[in-house]
Design a binder for this molecule. Structure first.
Ligand code: HEC
Ligand code: HEC
Length: 253
């Protein structure tokens, strides 16, 4: 009896686990890439390294790391988020997309060689990153919350974010500059922007709100308010990156 239960417990789940019929098949992966280009790049980026949606090249996924988890997400979407479901693609095309996504994770670069502990010290100390970024509830609110950035972004993306923030502006974080009737110039990160009004946040975490008619001018630029960090040594940059990569949302709040 015990053997029977053991066999049942072992065989049943194994039989229910779906296998990707196209895993590693170059031709089918190519079809998957074509589908991805059309349907998914608006949110996940042309190289699947993220935008409105997360980076899919990391091999770690919030909704599960197995092929069947990716398949389920593609079919059903993630309720309550922007990720739509694609049942209309059918099983085969969904598996082709999974095979394509898997082919990307195989090309991941080596992890950062730095020390995450030293990077953390740099982040809150000399780097003053915490002035604009929150990690686990600590820090300033102007820039994107970095609590889970290690899950969302690749090492290459993170490196560029620090060294050359304008190269890959985080979607939505435009720079707003207004000149008031009193000729005061104020710049901050966009929170809201339409034909009649604008809202933005300055480095001190203050939210500013103006009707356009109250202003002398109001400009929106595709520019980062994050200063480029070009003076870090290679070792410091590696430490910082090791820290950023380690941010997976498991920080004590
Ligand atoms: C309208 C924007 C949008 C489009 C289009 C879109 N996605 Fe997403 N996708 C998202 C968002 C946002 C998430 C994150 C959901 C969450 O918070 O768990 C996501 C999550 C995912 C995940 C799970 C990632 C994880 O960490 O669990 C996969 C896999 C995925 N998308 C694949 C695709 C594929 C394949 C397509 C095209 C067929 C696609 N997405 C199209 C926005 C989009
Ligand atoms: C003066 C405010 C400010 C400071 C200081 C600052 N940042 Fe930023 N950071 C921003 C803003 C605003 C953005 C969003 C625009 C962009 O993509 O550059 C950003 C974006 C980022 C991103 C991209 C996040 C994503 O998900 O796309 C990373 C990573 C990042 N910063 C890391 C750092 C690190 C590490 C430091 C310290 C060495 C730092 N920042 C210092 C304001 C700041």
């Amino acid at each position: 009896m015990r053997l029977f239960c053991w066999l049942l417990g072992f065989l049943l789940p194994a039989a229910l686990v779906a296998q990707n019929p196209f895993a590693g098949n170059a031709k089918e992966i190519d079809v998957g890439r074509g589908l991805f280009r059309i349907a998914c790049t608006p949110c996940h980026g042309i190289r699947a390294q993220g935008g409105r949606g997360p980076d899919l090249t990391l091999g770690i996924y919030n909704n599960g790391n197995k092929d069947e988890d990716l398949f389920r997400v593609i079919q059903n979407g993630v309720p309550g988020t922007e990720m739509p479901g694609y049942t209309r693609f059918g099983d085969d095309n969904s598996w082709r997309l999974v095979a394509y996504i898997r082919s990307l994770t195989l090309r991941q670069e080596k992890p950062s060689q730095g020390s995450a502990a030293a990077g953390e010290t740099l982040f809150w100390g000399k780097g003053a990153c915490g002035q604009c970024h929150k990690v686990g509830g600590r820090g300033g609110p102007m820039g994107p919350d970095l609590t889970r950035v290690g899950r969302k972004r690749s090492l290459a993306y993170l490196r560029q974010s620090v060294v050359d923030p304008n190269a890959d502006l985080t979607p939505g974080f435009f720079k707003i500059t207004v000149v008031t009737k009193e000729r005061r110039t104020i710049s901050g990160v966009q929170r809201n922007f339409d034909n009649f009004s604008t809202q933005f946040m300055t480095v001190d975490g203050k939210l500013h709100s103006f009707q356009r008619e109250e202003l002398n001018s109001c400009e929106r630029e595709f520019t980062s308010l994050m200063p480029p960090y070009r003076n870090l040594s290679e070792a410091e940059l590696n430490d910082l990156l090791a820290y950023l990569v380690s941010l997976r949302g498991e920080v004590a709040q």
